[in-house]
Design a protein around this ligand. Structure first.
Ligand code: FES
Length: 103
């Protein structure tokens, strides 16, 4: 079956109202997701979609994203790590082992 996207990223940008509760939005995930989307566009990468998502229920591991079709989870905490995901995962198609989150 041919896929509509080669890679489809869901980047959690959820920010809980209760400051005592952990959420990806507390760790700049909105900025990181926007940075990733902008870079993918600037690089002209096709068939790659970077979506914001609500809570993916892995809050304590965040900021978190999941990449399909492989279903791998990554903790991405900085623009440098976003760049690594873009270079290794989205361009070269490699698993980024150092950022992987165990299932
Ligand atoms: S707030 Fe991001 S996984 Fe729950």
């Amino acid at each position: 079956m041919k896929l509509f996207y080669d890679k489809h990223i869901f980047f959690c940008t959820n920010l809980r109202k209760d400051p005592k509760k952990v959420s990806c939005g507390k760790y700049d995930s909105v900025e990181l997701r926007n940075y990733m989307k902008k870079k993918v566009k600037e690089l002209g990468l096709k068939k790659i979609r970077i979506n914001s998502s609500g809570c993916l229920n892995r809050c304590k591991k965040g900021p978190i994203l999941v990449s399909y079709p492989e279903g791998h989870w990554y903790k991405v905490s900085s623009k440098r790590e976003v760049d690594l995901i873009i270079d290794e995962l989205l361009i070269r198609g490699n698993v980024v082992k150092k950022l992987l989150v165990a299932n």
